[in-house]
Design a protein around this ligand. Structure first.
Ligand SMILES: [Zn+2]
Length: 100
């Protein structure tokens, strides 16, 4: 499942893991304030701002951690100047992200 980023008018940004078929949140799960969906950012593969760390969904954290490990492999290939390997590694990581 992909992670979506929302911004609550009271609590700021937070991430929510949702099925693609699920409708977007309209109210904040914490304060019931109005939220807007931040478009075009799949945050599942990046460390990011305080919004992520405020969530206490350990499943999401584990998922992000394992995906970051994959991305680390990508980066190691780049550091080695191994572009061909990098392309293959990045492709397999992307597949994992899509399947998530
Ligand atoms: Zn809120």
């Amino acid at each position: 499942m992909p992670l979506y980023e929302y911004r609550c008018e009271n609590c700021g940004t937070f991430d929510k893991m949702q099925k693609v078929s699920e409708p977007a949140l309209e109210t904040c799960p914490r304060c019931s304030g109005k939220v807007e969906k931040l478009i075009g950012r799949n945050v599942g593969v990046q460390f990011k701002g305080p919004g992520f760390y405020r969530t206490d969904n350990s499943l999401v954290k584990d998922r992000v951690r394992s995906l970051n490990k994959e991305r680390q492999k990508d980066n190691e290939c780049i550091l080695d100047g191994d572009v061909k390997n990098y392309a293959a590694q990045a492709e397999s990581t992307t597949k994992k992200v899509i399947e998530a």
